[in-house]
Design a binder for this molecule. Structure first.
Ligand code: SF4
Ligand code: FES
Length: 749
């Protein structure tokens, strides 16, 4: 039988050679193989993203030549199918074994399903339907376990725990927190944290998902829903530059929970570095908490859109009229948030074509010397194949753990696989895996390029490594020197085809904005002669930049005792979080203030270009409670009312507009969506200036560097990022307080 190269699962025949003959088949357990082929095997302790524990014994199967049932989660499929070529996952022996296991598991498990939050999505509840006994054989007292405090996100009812140890393995292997463990022996075993430590991790919410029973459930939203009452919608995470896939659960037009989603991109399967189940951060999981608070806090209703728009349009009309008669030189600035979607950006570009005095600005600076194909995104670091080949990486002033937890998890996995070293330049960081700090400033990098540093010997042995810089590093005045140093480092230490440079964008559509190549960063000079400012999108960064520059302009005019020629007429704020009231100084400078209330992220449809260069599209699935509008809907009004203009696509490579053609607008939106599916086919890509990757000769003595310490810009994961919603979430604010209380002088950020 073995010679024929056949094996049977529940009587269905498979060709051994066809499946395992080529050495390309990934290593997997019998359980995983059977699940892939559609034979379901119940399990509790097994999780495809964690190591194998083999302690629940629920996954027993029957094998020919094995005298007793065996655990399928810890046996290698490839080698097991050779000698034991008949496998049964549903034989009477298997069923009997599972019934016995279930009986043991239920001995101490409380029968409180009606008041358990896991009810309806509990593995134990599901399996007891098939393997549970209908009569009781145990009449002693059930054991009781005290609940543990695992932070603000996770509620514990430890009596329900079945000791599968998934939570312990998750904490150690993924979150990098070794504070969770199993105490006691036999019937006294219980899960808990060492020395009553808090479970301090930005990934703690994932414990709720991986616990197969109701021992770990959601603390902020208890007793809210049953799973079957909820509607599921696919979307993406707005809180960082990666746009992680999520599934949003809705009940009556309100979000009640967010879970990790399955990625929509076509990833190649690699068991070690990528697997389809993703982990999400607490910020992603409870991003809706902040959105709900905003709706409650701000009265988003606008009584009369028509008259409000009319007032703004009159102002623009006057400016346009003066510009047409060469009577005004002042520009009108559109300050655009990094999370603004591609459709809105396209409309702004069209507006710019119509009105020459419009200036489109963004609040951050990126490297201008750039090859658009690969230079503005994460390249090697995010590519599964390249990451597996690399044997070192260098982070420059980047706190990957908080700036991109998704990437940090990937790097942790790579580090665990071995033959991989991590170096950092900047503040000492707690990355959840070991790293070597080379220095606090860029001098070390310069020394490495010159060949003067002792650690250069280490780099000589490394042929493939990559560096990671964040967009905050581009704000430094020596950013071009930094870029050139990195190019030299690349040339010196790696092969010519290997590009060492990876840029970590911190906002959802930073890459999209960069690819347009039409949005320059705002400078103090821009504000000197401006007629007004139009703020698009929810950005605390835009406010702080604007405040800093207005302060600078005011101060310099006072110091130079010049009359203030900075006299903007009006300020328009198009955002879902009107917050000009906070920016008092800005309020002093602008004569008129208008607030146009737009929808929040989940109330808007739009496309984004993530840090990885993927195009992601989200659809609106919540109706706003007030009469707020989507960004593009508001901006469209400027076209229609002022000039009776509308859009049409002339050809594949350009977007035009013509009069009295409003019905074309819908096809315009579709046009943008379809053509931006891939990077090479982007409409705006044709307009963008593309430069080649040129390494300029480097004169070390002339390279000017800022030798102050690199500071991590994000010290508080929960409310410190550039996403606009987390700081309005009560839960995130409390988590932040918890984090700060548990930091001491010796702990790393
Ligand atoms: S708390 Fe949940 S995940 Fe952790 S060991 Fe118990 S049952 Fe397993
Ligand atoms: S799933 Fe195999 S022993 Fe638990």
């Amino acid at each position: 039988m073995v010679d024929k190269g056949l094996f049977w699962i529940n009587g269905v025949v498979f060709q051994y050679k066809e499946i395992f003959g080529k050495n390309t088949y990934p290593v997997m357990s019998i359980l995983e193989y059977c699940e892939n082929k559609g034979f379901s095997i119940p399990h509790y302790c097994y999780h495809k993203n964690l190591s194998i524990a083999g302690n629940c014994r629920m996954c027993l199967i029957e094998m020919s030549k094995s005298p007793k049932p065996v655990v399928s989660c810890s046996l290698n499929a490839q080698s097991s199918f050779v000698g034991n070529n008949k496998i049964y996952t549903n034989s009477p022996l298997v069923k009997k074994s599972r019934e016995n296991i279930m009986e043991f598991l239920l001995l101490n498990h409380p029968l409180d399903c009606p008041i358990c939050d896991q009810g309806g999505e509990c593995d134990l509840q599901d399996q007891s339907l098939f393997f549970g006994l209908t009569r009781k054989r145990f009449y002693h007292q059930k054991r009781f376990v005290h609940n543990k405090y695992l932070g603000l996100i996770v509620k514990t009812v430890m009596t329900r725990c079945i000791h599968c140890t998934r939570c312990v393995r998750f904490a150690t292997e993924i979150a990098g927190i070794e504070e969770l463990g199993i105490f006691g022996r036999g019937s006294k075993s219980e899960i808990g944290t060492y020395v009553t430590q808090l479970f301090n991790s930005e990934l703690s919410g994932n414990l709720i998902d991986i616990c197969p029973v109701g021992a770990l459930t959601s603390k902020p939203y208890p007793f809210m829903y049953r799973d079957w009452e909820l509607k599921k919608i696919k979307s993406i995470d707005p809180s960082d530059g990666f746009g992680t896939d999520i599934i949003v659960y809705l009940k009556d037009n309100a979000i009640v929970k967010i879970l990790p989603g399955y990625p929509t991109q076509d990833y190649s399967y690699d068991k070690h570095f990528f697997s389809p189940v993703q982990w999400i951060t607490d910020k992603t999981r409870f991003v809706f908490d902040g959105m709900c608070s905003i709706t409650d806090l701000t009265q988003k209703s606008i009584s009369n859109w028509r008259s409000l728009l009319k007032q703004i349009l009159i102002n623009i009309y006057i400016l346009d009229h003066l510009a047409n008669h060469n009577l005004v030189l002042n520009s009108f600035i559109f300050l655009i948030d990094e999370n603004t979607n591609l459709e809105t950006l396209s409309i702004l570009l069209l507006l710019k074509r119509r009105y020459n005095f419009f200036k489109l600005k963004r609040s951050i600076k990126t490297f201008s010397d750039s090859n658009l194909d690969f230079f503005l995104k994460t390249n090697q670091i995010d590519d599964t194949k390249d990451l597996s080949q690399a044997n070192a990486c260098l982070f420059i002033g980047t706190s990957v753990r908080y700036e991109s937890p998704y990437l940090n998890i990937k790097l942790k996995k790579r580090n665990t696989a071995g033959n991989f070293r991590i170096f950092t330049i900047g503040s000492r960081l707690s990355l959840t895996f070991p790293s070597i700090n080379l220095g606090a400033n860029l001098e070390k990098l310069k020394n490495l390029c010159e060949g003067n540093a002792s650690s250069g010997i280490v780099f000589k042995t490394i042929r493939k490594f990559f560096s990671l810089v964040n967009t905050e590093s581009c704000q430094r005045w020596d950013s071009s020197s930094l870029l050139n140093l990195l190019k030299h480092f690349n040339k010196k230490h790696t092969s010519s085809k290997w590009h060492v440079f990876n840029l970590l964008n911190t906002s959802l559509n930073s890459l999209g904005l960069s690819y347009f190549n039409k949005f320059q960063n705002l400078s103090a000079h821009d504000l000197i002669r401006t007629s007004g400012v139009f703020l698009v999108g929810n950005s605390t960064r835009s406010y702080s930049v604007l405040e800093a520059y207005t302060e600078h302009t005011l101060l310099s005019s006072l110091l130079e005792k010049k009359e203030l020629f900075f006299s903007p007429t009006f300020f328009v704020e198009q955002t879902s979080i009107p917050q000009l009231a906070q920016a008092q100084i800005t309020k002093l400078l602008f004569h008129n203030y208008y607030s146009l209330v737009s929808n929040n992220f989940f109330e808007t449809s739009g496309s984004f270009m993530t840090s990885q260069g993927f195009h992601k599209h989200v659809v609106k699935f919540i109706e706003p409670e007030t009469n707020s509008k989507e960004d593009w809907q508001i901006l469209r009004k400027f076209f229609c009312t002022l000039s009776n203009l509308s859009f049409i696509c002339d050809s594949k490579s350009s977007i035009g507009f013509r009069l009295n053609n409003m019905h074309q607008f819908r096809s315009y939106i579709n046009f943008i969506y379809k053509t931006s599916q891939t990077l090479t086919n982007l409409t705006f890509f044709f307009h963008a200036k593309s430069q080649t990757f040129v390494v300029k000769p480097l004169f070390f003595s002339k390279t000017q560097l800022c030798l102050t310490q690199f500071k991590t810009w994000i010290k508080d994961f929960y409310i410190g990022g550039f996403d606009c919603y987390s700081r309005y979430s009560k839960l995130m604010v409390h988590s932040s307080i918890n984090l700060r209380n548990n930091l001491n002088t010796f702990s790393l950020v």
